[in-house]
Design a protein around this ligand. Structure first.
Ligand SMILES: Nc1ncnc2c1ncn2[C@@H]1O[C@H](COP(=O)(O)OP(=O)(O)OP(=O)(O)O)[C@@H](O)[C@H]1O
Ligand SMILES: Nc1nc2c(c(=O)[nH]1)N=C(CO)CN2
Length: 172
Protein backbone atom coordinates (compact mmCIF):
# COMPACT_ATOMS: atom_id res chain seq x y z
CA UNK A 1 0.00 0.00 0.00
CA UNK A 2 1.42 3.39 -0.97
CA UNK A 3 2.18 5.70 1.95
CA UNK A 4 0.27 8.62 0.38
CA UNK A 5 -2.97 6.76 0.90
CA UNK A 6 -4.81 7.50 4.15
CA UNK A 7 -7.24 5.10 5.82
CA UNK A 8 -10.70 6.59 6.28
CA UNK A 9 -13.86 5.19 7.86
CA UNK A 10 -17.16 6.19 6.25
CA UNK A 11 -20.66 5.64 7.64
CA UNK A 12 -23.62 5.36 5.28
CA UNK A 13 -27.31 5.56 6.09
CA UNK A 14 -30.58 5.52 4.15
CA UNK A 15 -34.21 5.63 5.28
CA UNK A 16 -36.06 6.65 2.13
CA UNK A 17 -36.64 4.91 -1.18
CA UNK A 18 -34.91 1.70 -2.22
CA UNK A 19 -32.59 1.74 0.78
CA UNK A 20 -30.51 -1.39 0.15
CA UNK A 21 -30.07 -0.60 -3.53
CA UNK A 22 -29.04 2.97 -2.72
CA UNK A 23 -26.40 1.80 -0.24
CA UNK A 24 -25.00 -0.78 -2.68
CA UNK A 25 -24.78 1.82 -5.45
CA UNK A 26 -23.23 4.37 -3.09
CA UNK A 27 -20.45 1.94 -2.15
CA UNK A 28 -19.69 1.44 -5.86
CA UNK A 29 -19.85 5.18 -6.54
CA UNK A 30 -17.54 6.01 -3.63
CA UNK A 31 -14.80 3.70 -4.92
CA UNK A 32 -15.39 4.43 -8.60
CA UNK A 33 -12.18 6.48 -8.88
CA UNK A 34 -8.55 5.48 -8.49
CA UNK A 35 -8.01 7.82 -5.54
CA UNK A 36 -10.37 5.76 -3.37
CA UNK A 37 -9.69 2.06 -2.72
CA UNK A 38 -12.07 -0.21 -0.90
CA UNK A 39 -10.58 -1.96 2.14
CA UNK A 40 -13.70 -3.43 3.74
CA UNK A 41 -17.43 -3.10 3.86
CA UNK A 42 -19.70 -4.04 6.77
CA UNK A 43 -22.97 -5.91 6.70
CA UNK A 44 -26.03 -3.71 6.34
CA UNK A 45 -28.04 -3.41 9.54
CA UNK A 46 -31.55 -2.11 10.15
CA UNK A 47 -31.85 0.55 12.84
CA UNK A 48 -34.53 2.72 14.45
CA UNK A 49 -34.09 6.40 13.64
CA UNK A 50 -32.23 8.19 16.44
CA UNK A 51 -33.25 11.83 16.90
CA UNK A 52 -35.12 13.89 14.33
CA UNK A 53 -38.87 13.92 13.68
CA UNK A 54 -41.15 11.31 15.31
CA UNK A 55 -42.23 8.33 13.25
CA UNK A 56 -39.64 8.47 10.49
CA UNK A 57 -38.87 5.18 8.74
CA UNK A 58 -36.18 2.78 9.94
CA UNK A 59 -32.69 3.23 8.52
CA UNK A 60 -30.35 0.83 6.85
CA UNK A 61 -26.84 1.62 8.07
CA UNK A 62 -23.39 0.35 7.18
CA UNK A 63 -19.73 1.31 7.46
CA UNK A 64 -16.98 1.09 4.87
CA UNK A 65 -13.23 1.46 5.20
CA UNK A 66 -11.22 2.96 2.35
CA UNK A 67 -7.68 4.00 1.58
CA UNK A 68 -7.63 7.33 -0.19
CA UNK A 69 -5.17 9.73 -1.74
CA UNK A 70 -7.81 12.47 -1.57
CA UNK A 71 -7.31 15.13 1.07
CA UNK A 72 -9.97 15.31 3.80
CA UNK A 73 -11.97 18.13 2.15
CA UNK A 74 -11.70 16.45 -1.24
CA UNK A 75 -13.06 13.28 0.35
CA UNK A 76 -15.94 15.27 1.91
CA UNK A 77 -16.75 16.82 -1.49
CA UNK A 78 -16.66 13.36 -3.05
CA UNK A 79 -19.02 11.95 -0.38
CA UNK A 80 -21.38 14.91 -0.90
CA UNK A 81 -21.36 14.41 -4.67
CA UNK A 82 -22.39 10.77 -4.14
CA UNK A 83 -25.16 11.96 -1.77
CA UNK A 84 -26.30 14.46 -4.42
CA UNK A 85 -26.38 11.76 -7.08
CA UNK A 86 -28.81 9.87 -4.88
CA UNK A 87 -31.01 12.95 -4.62
CA UNK A 88 -30.11 13.73 -1.03
CA UNK A 89 -31.86 16.90 0.12
CA UNK A 90 -31.38 18.62 3.47
CA UNK A 91 -34.71 19.92 4.76
CA UNK A 92 -35.07 18.78 8.35
CA UNK A 93 -32.13 18.22 10.67
CA UNK A 94 -31.77 14.48 11.27
CA UNK A 95 -34.85 14.00 9.07
CA UNK A 96 -35.41 11.22 6.53
CA UNK A 97 -32.87 10.97 3.72
CA UNK A 98 -32.19 8.77 0.71
CA UNK A 99 -28.49 8.76 1.48
CA UNK A 100 -26.19 10.15 4.16
CA UNK A 101 -22.42 9.63 3.98
CA UNK A 102 -20.40 10.78 6.99
CA UNK A 103 -16.62 10.70 7.40
CA UNK A 104 -16.03 9.09 10.79
CA UNK A 105 -12.21 9.18 10.76
CA UNK A 106 -9.55 10.28 8.31
CA UNK A 107 -6.26 8.78 9.43
CA UNK A 108 -5.45 10.27 12.83
CA UNK A 109 -6.62 13.73 11.84
CA UNK A 110 -8.38 15.62 14.65
CA UNK A 111 -9.91 19.02 13.85
CA UNK A 112 -12.86 21.17 14.94
CA UNK A 113 -13.82 22.84 11.65
CA UNK A 114 -17.67 22.79 11.42
CA UNK A 115 -17.33 22.10 7.68
CA UNK A 116 -15.42 18.92 8.51
CA UNK A 117 -15.09 17.86 12.14
CA UNK A 118 -12.84 14.85 12.68
CA UNK A 119 -13.37 12.39 14.11
CA UNK A 120 -17.12 12.82 13.46
CA UNK A 121 -18.39 14.53 16.64
CA UNK A 122 -21.34 12.19 17.25
CA UNK A 123 -19.86 8.86 16.10
CA UNK A 124 -18.78 7.78 19.60
CA UNK A 125 -22.39 7.76 20.83
CA UNK A 126 -24.05 6.21 17.76
CA UNK A 127 -24.70 2.49 17.84
CA UNK A 128 -25.72 2.67 14.18
CA UNK A 129 -22.10 3.64 13.40
CA UNK A 130 -20.21 1.69 16.10
CA UNK A 131 -21.98 -1.61 15.58
CA UNK A 132 -21.34 -2.15 11.84
CA UNK A 133 -17.82 -0.74 12.28
CA UNK A 134 -17.13 -3.27 15.04
CA UNK A 135 -18.22 -6.11 12.76
CA UNK A 136 -15.39 -5.34 10.30
CA UNK A 137 -12.77 -3.91 12.70
CA UNK A 138 -13.18 -5.39 16.20
CA UNK A 139 -10.02 -3.71 17.55
CA UNK A 140 -10.80 -0.21 16.24
CA UNK A 141 -10.18 2.70 18.58
CA UNK A 142 -11.95 6.06 18.41
CA UNK A 143 -10.48 9.04 20.26
CA UNK A 144 -8.50 6.69 22.52
CA UNK A 145 -11.44 4.38 23.33
CA UNK A 146 -11.96 0.88 21.89
CA UNK A 147 -15.19 1.06 19.93
CA UNK A 148 -16.38 -2.14 21.60
CA UNK A 149 -16.41 -0.20 24.92
CA UNK A 150 -18.08 2.83 23.35
CA UNK A 151 -20.80 0.54 22.01
CA UNK A 152 -21.37 -1.04 25.43
CA UNK A 153 -21.67 2.41 26.99
CA UNK A 154 -23.78 4.05 24.34
CA UNK A 155 -27.43 4.52 25.19
CA UNK A 156 -28.98 3.65 21.84
CA UNK A 157 -27.99 0.00 21.31
CA UNK A 158 -31.72 -0.82 21.28
CA UNK A 159 -32.00 1.20 18.05
CA UNK A 160 -30.46 -1.82 16.31
CA UNK A 161 -33.31 -4.09 15.26
CA UNK A 162 -31.53 -7.42 15.59
CA UNK A 163 -28.98 -6.53 18.26
CA UNK A 164 -30.14 -9.28 20.64
CA UNK A 165 -29.97 -11.88 17.88
CA UNK A 166 -26.46 -10.73 16.98
CA UNK A 167 -25.48 -10.88 20.66
CA UNK A 168 -26.72 -14.48 20.82
CA UNK A 169 -24.56 -15.32 17.83
CA UNK A 170 -21.55 -13.84 19.60
CA UNK A 171 -21.18 -11.06 17.05
CA UNK A 172 -21.64 -8.19 19.49
N1 LIG B 1 -17.09 14.29 9.74
C1 LIG B 1 -18.03 14.81 8.94
N2 LIG B 1 -18.61 14.08 7.95
C2 LIG B 1 -19.55 14.60 7.14
N3 LIG B 1 -20.01 15.88 7.22
C3 LIG B 1 -19.46 16.65 8.17
C4 LIG B 1 -18.46 16.17 9.07
N4 LIG B 1 -18.11 17.18 9.92
C5 LIG B 1 -18.83 18.23 9.59
N5 LIG B 1 -19.67 17.95 8.54
C6 LIG B 1 -20.58 18.92 7.95
O1 LIG B 1 -21.88 18.64 8.40
C7 LIG B 1 -22.78 19.20 7.46
C8 LIG B 1 -24.16 18.61 7.64
O2 LIG B 1 -24.08 17.24 7.32
P1 LIG B 1 -25.39 16.38 7.23
O3 LIG B 1 -26.50 17.14 6.56
O4 LIG B 1 -25.00 15.06 6.61
O5 LIG B 1 -25.75 16.21 8.76
P2 LIG B 1 -26.71 15.16 9.36
O6 LIG B 1 -26.40 13.84 8.71
O7 LIG B 1 -28.14 15.64 9.27
O8 LIG B 1 -26.33 15.10 10.89
P3 LIG B 1 -25.03 14.48 11.56
O9 LIG B 1 -23.90 15.42 11.23
O10 LIG B 1 -25.41 14.46 13.01
O11 LIG B 1 -24.81 13.10 10.99
C9 LIG B 1 -22.12 18.92 6.12
O12 LIG B 1 -22.47 19.91 5.17
C10 LIG B 1 -20.63 18.92 6.43
O13 LIG B 1 -19.99 20.10 5.97
N1 LIG C 1 -30.74 4.96 13.00
C1 LIG C 1 -30.22 6.08 12.49
N2 LIG C 1 -30.55 7.26 13.02
C2 LIG C 1 -30.01 8.40 12.52
C3 LIG C 1 -29.11 8.36 11.44
C4 LIG C 1 -28.79 7.09 10.88
O1 LIG C 1 -27.99 6.97 9.91
N3 LIG C 1 -29.36 5.97 11.43
N4 LIG C 1 -28.55 9.50 10.97
C5 LIG C 1 -28.79 10.65 11.55
C6 LIG C 1 -28.09 11.87 11.09
O2 LIG C 1 -26.99 11.58 10.36
C7 LIG C 1 -29.75 10.80 12.66
N5 LIG C 1 -30.33 9.57 13.08
Amino acid sequence: MQSDYTRAVLALGSNLGERAETLAEAVSDLVDRPEVRLVDVSPVIQTKAVGGPEGQPDFLNMVMIVQTSLGPYELLAHCQSVEAKHLRTREVRWGPRTLDVDIITYGDLAQDDPVLTLPHPRAAERAFVLFPWLLIDPTAVLEGHPIVELLEDCGDADSIADYDMLLDEGLA
